[in-house]
Design a protein around this ligand. Sequence first.
Ligand code: HEM
Length: 258
Amino acid sequence: MTTNSILEKLKTLQPIRSIYRGGGSASNLGRSLTIFNNFFLHVLPVKVRRKSIDFGATLYLGYVSFVLFGVLVITGILLMLYYRPAVPHAYHDMKDLTFVVSSGAFLRNMHRWSAHLMVVVVFLHMLRVFFAGAYKPPREFNWVIGTLLLIMTLLLSYTGYLLPWDQLAYWAVNVGANMVNATPFMGPKLKFVLLGGHGIGENALVRFYVLHCVIIPIFAVIAIGVHFWRVRKDGGIRPLFGPDSDKVESEANQKEGD
Ligand code: HEM
C-alpha cells in the first residue's frame, strides 16, 4: 500500500471526514469548501491573485511582523516561568536567567531582539502600506486598526522595559511617566493610574507586568484577528509594485458584466 492510498482511505473514514470537511476534491468548489469549512483556514480568501503573494507586493513585512509577535509570545511565556514581578526578586531573577539557567541568556536575547525588530518591521510595514496607497478606501478602516497595532507594539516595548528592574529600566520609565504627567488637564491623574502611586515602586512593577503580559497582548491578538479579516474583506492586498490592482479588478469585473 502506498502512502497516497493510505491517505485516500483515511479520508473516507467518518471521524476524519467530520474534521476534514469538504476536502479532497481538486475542483474549485472542493477547494473553496475546504477553506470555508476549516476553522483555521476560513480567515484566508478562497482565491488570491498570484501578484498579491509575490515578494514585491508586500515585501512580506506584515507576515514578518506577525511571526515576530508569535516569537515574542512564546519566548515571553517561557520567561514568565523564571521571573517574579516583585521588587526583591525581579532584578535577581533576570541575572539568574542570564547566568544560571541553561540557554537563559539566549531566551532573554531572543525576546529582546525580536521586540526591537518588531518595532522596526511594523514601521516598515506601515511605510509599505502608505507607499502602495493602501490607506485609501476601501482599506481606511484597516489603516486605523493598523495604527492601533503600532501603538500597542510601542506600548508592549515600553511596559517590558521596566521589568528587569535595573537602573536603565528605572530611569527610562521615570522619563516616560513624566511625559505622561505632561498630558494636558489629566496628566498627574494618568501618571498615578499608570504607576499605581506617586513613584516607581512595587505597584508600578506589578502594573507594568500585567499590562505587558496580559492586557496589551489580549488586545493585540484581537486587533491582529480583525486586521487579517479586513485584508480579506477589503479585496486583498494592494501591491506595492505593478499596476493598480483595484483598477485591474474593477475593469475585469466590468468586462465580465459586458
Ligand atoms: C502588529 C502589527 C501588524 C501586523 C502583525 C500586521 C500584519 C499585516 C499583514 C500580514 C497584512 C497582509 C500582508 C501585508 O500587507 O504585508 C497586513 C496588511 C495591512 N496592514 Fe498591517 N500589520 C501590522 C501593523 C500595521 C500598521 C502599523 C498599519 C498602518 C498604520 C497597518 C496597515 C495595514 C493595511 C492598510 C493593510 C492592507 C494592505 C493592502 O491591502 O495592501 N498594519 N498587515
